[in-house]
Structures are given as C-alpha cells and as structure tokens.
Design a protein around this ligand. Structure first.
Ligand code: CP
Ligand code: NVA
Length: 309
C-alpha cells in the first residue's frame, strides 16, 4: 500500500480492490477490528465545512481504537498563518496520520510530500477519492460485478466526477458523463482515466445530452451545481444546469431498477428533485454509511504498523 491516499489514480488495481474487500470485512464484523489502530491519532484539517467526512473519519478512528483531532479552518489557517510544509513537519512529531480537506489540490500534495506520516485526501477542488471508494463499494453491494455496469454521471465535471472517473477506470465500469458545455471534466483527469482503464475494459463517454447519458444506465449519479468555493456562481450555474436536473422523467430513461446516487449534501429542487432522492431507487444514505467503512479500511492500510491486514 502507498504511504498516502491522495488520488485513486495512484492505486494499483490490486490496491483498489484491497480497499473495497477490507471495507466489506470491516462492515460485516466491525468488532474484529476494534484495536486495529489502538493508540494512533489522526489530525483532521478542514478548510471547508463537512458533515459526513468529519463524522466518519472521527467515528472510524474511535471504532478502530484510535483518536482524532478536529482542526477547524480558523485554527491553523493553512497557507496564510503557516505553510502546508511547516504544518506537516509539526504534525508528524505528534500524530500518526493527517486527513485534509482543502481548496487547492496542491496543498494536500504538499502535505503528503512534506510529512513522513500518511496523508489522506478528504476532498480538494480537484478530487474526492474517499467518496468514490464509498460509491463503488455501494455499487458493488447493490449491483455486483462493477465491470458489467453502466454508470451515468449528470451535472458538473467537478471533484466528485473526477474521482468517479478514476474509480471507474480501475473497476472497468462503463461511465457516461453528461455536462453542460464548458463544465466538462478536466482533460488531465480524462487522460489519466483513459490510461488507467486500458487493462480493465473501462469505457468513457462524454456528452452534453443527459437523456442519452442515462439510457440503459444501472445507476444515475449527480452532485451539486456549485461546489464549495463556487457559491458566488450559484445563480448563473442554476440557469445553465437546469436541463441537467435528475427528476422522475430523466430517471425513467435509465433501467427500471437503476440506482440514484449523490455524494450529499443535496440541494433538493436543483440538481435532484425530492421525488427522486426520496424514492426507493435512491441509495444516498448507503453511500454515506459506506464512507465510514471504506475510510476505516484506508486508515488501517495506511496507519497500521503491521502493513499486511
Ligand atoms: N459527501 C461529503 O463529503 O460530505 P461532507 O461535505 O458533509 O463531508
Ligand atoms: N462537489 C461538492 C462535493 C461535496 C461533498 C463540493 O466540492 O462542494
């Protein structure tokens, strides 16, 4: 296993599956893992707000026998009060791991390069890898063989979309991404996914047509139209993204048993209607639950002294 968990692109297919398999074991028999990280302490750095990430990392550490320290945006003021490198070089003297949610992706990369202890990416403007691992665990549980599935992502080509692309590439999932013009995923991530997916049977389609994207899909995924840090674009984006709302009519064009997925928080009436997110097809709270199990697996693989688990 790697020293850090920054992007799914860095994982081998073996490591990608190892995380999913261990997460499944931890979910089935949490008691077996109660002392896995006994005495270990995780520092959690947040530049942005969070419900799921904060609670699941903290609960995860406690359930593994360790502890977590929450560092709020105002506490350390990464990059203004102190450089990420200096923060890393302090934290490594006191704690056993760092989890970071930042604006610039380069900050998480800098923390990982500077620290001798593991660093976990808990969302940057570019990527949200823990979310994608939880999403693929959810897909696997609900639908089985990931290589046989068609996943449709409808909305903004953002951090969540990028990490889903990289996960789909490892898993061999057929992914169709429908965005408005000008909101496509980044070229660099498309290239990484294409390269990673060479061996797995992964296929990626990019379109501006949401109805075409969801046709025959096993799961339909969306995310907010304005991510954290883009609040000032909210009104302009609401107009541009309106045709990309996941509503009953759009879901009707996917397979009848298609899942609805969302990383949450959701803005009901914007990217998704209440009718869809509250429907039996919706697995959004299973995704949220699985954040806990996959992150416990990631933390165990990175922070446990005995590297084989
Ligand atoms: N999905 C997710 O990361 O949620 P939070 O922003 O609440 O952590
Ligand atoms: N794309 C969203 C995800 C939130 C979990 C954001 O970055 O705000």
């Amino acid at each position: 296993m790697l020293k850090d968990f920054i992007t799914i692109h860095d994982l081998t297919t073996y490591e990608f599956n190892e995380i999913l398999d261990l997460a499944q074991k931890i979910k089935e028999k949490p008691d077996k893992f109660r002392t896995y990280l006994q005495g270990k302490i995780l520092a959690m750095i947040f530049q942005k707000p969070s419900l799921r990430t904060r609670v699941t990392f903290e609960v995860g550490m406690l359930q593994l026998g360790g502890e977590a320290i929450y560092l709020a945006p105002t506490d350390i003021q990464l990059g203004t009060r102190e450089t990420p490198t200096d923060v890393a070089k302090n934290l490594e003297r006191w704690v056993d791991g760092i989890m970071a949610r930042t604006f610039a992706h380069s900050i998480v990369v800098e923390l990982a390069e500077a620290a001798r202890i593991p660093v976990v990416n808990a969302l940057t403007d570019l990527l949200h890898p823990c979310q994608a691992m939880a999403d693929f665990l959810t897909l696997k549980e609900k639908k089985g063989d990931l290589a046989q599935l068609k996943l449709a992502y409808v909305g903004d080509g953002n951090n969540v979309c990028h990490s889903l692309m990289l996960a789909a590439a490892k898993a061999g999932t057929h992914l169709v991404v429908a965005t408005p013009e000008g909101y496509e995923p980044q070229e660099a991530i498309i290239n990484q996914a294409q390269a990673d997916g060479q061996a797995s049977g992964f296929t990626l389609e990019l379109t501006h047509d949401p109805a075409a994207a969801v046709k025959e899909a096993d799961a339909v995924y969306t995310d907010v139209w304005a991510s954290m840090g883009q609040e000032h674009e909210k009104e302009q984006r609401a107009k541009i993204f309106a045709p990309y709302q996941v509503n009953k009519e759009l879901m009707a064009q996917a397979k009848p048993e298609a899942l609805f997925m969302h990383c949450l928080p959701a803005h009901r009436g914007e990217e998704v209607t209440s009718e869809v997110i509250d429907s039996p097809q919706s697995v959004v709270f299973d995704q949220a639950e699985n954040r806990l199990h996959v992150q416990k697996a990631i933390l165990s693989l990175l922070m446990r002294q005995e590297k084989s688990v």
